[in-house]
Design a protein around this ligand. Structure first.
Ligand code: HEC
Length: 121
């Protein structure tokens, strides 16, 4: 185990792992997957990232709940899109909010985190 090349190899592997680790963290939210899931679940029928439709623009959500701790907001939004809770529309009528079309907690989490990451310019 002690021929000279070994240390260099180990050092390179650690450096590579570090770089990949940083890249993986930066890409924690997969926007493409989040958009695809939202599209597939017809969320964009009532929402857009920036424009007000029947539902609020998604880039206003984190601002609206800025007093909540991120973990609490994540739990709240997850509940919001998985439970079919009643929501009030502008014309005053209430209906059950649309439920996300996925059973994959990781995919739902990714969508919620993407929405939370959106900020109005
Ligand atoms: C039929 C229209 C409609 C569809 C479809 C719809 N929403 Fe909504 N959504 C609303 C309305 C209206 C509100 C505002 C509710 C309120 O403020 O009480 C809302 C609110 C939200 C909020 C903010 C919740 C909060 O607590 O601030 C999020 C996030 C959201 N929707 C995500 C989604 C996702 C994800 C989908 C797709 C699974 C989706 N919506 C589909 C109408 C819709």
């Amino acid at each position: 185990m002690s021929y000279p090349g070994n240390r260099w190899l180990l050092a390179s592997i650690s450096a590579a792992a570090l770089v990949f680790g940083i890249v993986a963290t930066a890409q924690a939210v997969d926007e493409e997957a989040a958009r695809a899931l939202a599209k597939q679940s017809s969320c964009f029928k009532c929402h857009s990232v920036e424009k007000k439709k029947e539902g609020p623009p998604w880039n206003t959500i984190s601002e609206k709940h800025k007093d909540m701790a991120p973990a609490d907001l994540e739990a709240k939004l997850t509940h919001h899109i998985t439970s079919g809770e009643k929501v009030k529309f502008e014309d005053g009528h209430e209906e059950e909010h649309k439920i996300i079309k996925s059973d994959d907690p990781a995919a739902i989490k990714n969508l919620v985190q993407w929405i939370m990451s959106l900020k109005a310019k």
